[in-house]
Write a protein that binds this ligand. Sequence first.
Ligand code: UDP
Length: 410
Amino acid sequence: MLQPVTVGTKPLSDYTHICGKDMVEEIRSLAEPLKGKRVVHVSATAFGGGVSEILYTLVPLMRDVGLAAEWQVIYGREEFFNATKVLHNALQGAADDLSPDQWNVWWRYNEMNARELPDGWDICLVHDPQPAALFALAPQKAAGWIWRCHIDLSTPNPETLAQFLPQVQDYPQTVFHLPQFVPEGMHGKVNVVPPAIDPLAPKNMALSREEAAYVCAQLGIDPERPLLCQVSRFDPWKDPLGVIDAYRIVKASHPSVQLALVGSMASDDPEGWDFFNATTEHAEGDPDIHILSNFNNVGAIEVNAFQAHADVVIQKSTREGFGLTVSEAIWKGRPVVAGNVGGIGLQIEDGVTGWLVSSVEQCAERCAALLADPSLGATVGKRGKEYVRSHFLTPRYLRDYLRIFGEMGL
Ligand code: UDP
């Protein structure tokens, strides 16, 4: 019932010229004693959002260094994803808790998946809240268990957390992006490790200025005019409505500016369509606002082109676990203006590797300043890229996981 996900192959050696020989050697020596270990990643979806983005890279690299790594997606129907979306939002601080019925649905699907999960794993690595009860329900299926939290748990709805915590607090190992996301009462070993982006994936590989402009032009952007862009799921926490408001303020001083809101629909995000419609409505038919998604044929290369071509990349989140899009844009040397929340602060030091903002007005002011003086963005973009190189590329993330695996004594 769980679906194995087919991933391609990625040789670690391809990353040597980007991350350096020392990193690659460290990874190989950490991997040596783990050769042949059976590791399964379990997540809620194979498409859309940061977790799937990461696993398409991490799983092939784990295989390349000798682990028998797999990725399986849990079974769920609409009622389950409706419940898990409420769970996700409540854990990030929304006022609505799950109804008793929704908790029941969540639990029932976890039971089904726990039953169906094959056994014999050395490590089962469970991603995010959706399948979090697997360990409590079927601990015998793996020798070692890790819960990987990708969301911002710093200000959770207390009722929701109280119900949820017993399902995760006994995992022998947990991994969070930031210390402030770790809830009180975790019994196992807590690791703080931020995620990373794959510099060689189609999403992030180098495109020339001309190629990026050419791809954007095919999607309706005028390459001669300035472009602001946000790449994000259509989700209230990503604040696309606030981005439109900021764009309108910028438009007053830069009438030729365009805005692209590029957002994929994740299969585990039933709220996405409602919010997509709300965003379209908010744009009020402005022909310079381009709202695009995977349903307009926007895939990894197109996202790459938008991030590489935009004069300013915005990530105006009001809650953010990490925000891979921030590192993605910085890696392309772009000036990034982003909400001062969650994991974004790890990636952006204000005025050094990008800019942090806390309101629509601040966001607009910063974007307008960058359009007025592109040299400002160029310097920060270059510095940002080096920062991402040393902190947020996949080999570093792989190394950190191998360290954790090694410490589990399996
Ligand atoms: N993404 C994409 N197409 C889109 C919107 C998002 O490929 O139209 C990708 C984006 O490039 C990033 C991931 O989805 O790699 C989103 O991860 P992030 O951590 O920023 O946010 P999450 O969706 O996990 O909250």
